[in-house]
Design a protein. Structure first.
Length: 170
């Protein structure tokens, strides 16, 4: 990742960029990240949401608000709705025996894409392992690493700058 500028997307946030040197990063458990991009305008973005639905329609911790906010940010920066493409990640069942919030998060993201007629080119949803995601918004390229264990506090904290942490190869 040397020569690239990393932007960490934590729970309840999203980021958009058209810069070639930007990589959007996140760590997921039961949360879902949608990576949307416009291949012609060469702009993309990533969100990271916690819950499939909620009482407050504008709360971006919930799927529909997070997805809508990401789409609107992309459109505001010059993307065309009819050219948007998606990749979905996350939605793991992290704690057996409890309600499967990860499954519902994945279903909510897929339903949003169907409703907006945004094609989903790739998805890796469900399972029982967390994921580390890298997304290059200008090209739509994505990488995923399955994790054996996810510390739930990691997804809620902004990571240290890359120079202060060891690099893990995918």
């Amino acid at each position: 990742m040397q020569g690239h500028r990393a932007i960490h997307v934590i729970q309840g946030e999203h980021a958009v960029s058209d810069e070639e040197d930007v990589i959007l990063l996140t760590v997921l458990g039961s949360c879902v990240a949608a990576c949307l991009y416009d291949p012609v305008r060469r702009i993309g973005g990533m969100n990271h949401f916690l819950l499939p639905e909620g009482r407050d329609a504008g709360d971006i911790r919930h799927a529909s608000a997070a997805m809508e906010r990401l789409v609107n940010s992309l459109l505001k920066c010059g993307a065309a709705r009819e050219r948007l493409r998606a990749k979905l990640f996350g939605g793991a069942r992290m704690i057996p025996g409890l309600p499967d919030i990860g499954l519902r998060n994945g279903e909510a993201a897929q339903a949003f894409l169907r409703g907006e007629r945004i094609p989903c080119e790739a998805a890796d949803l469900g399972g029982a392992k967390g994921r580390r995601i890298r997304f290059w918004p200008a090209t739509g390229r994505a990488q995923m690493l399955l994790l054996d264990r996810v510390d739930p506090t990691v997804a809620r904290q902004r990571p240290k700058p890359l120079a202060d942490v060891s690099v893990e190869l995918f």
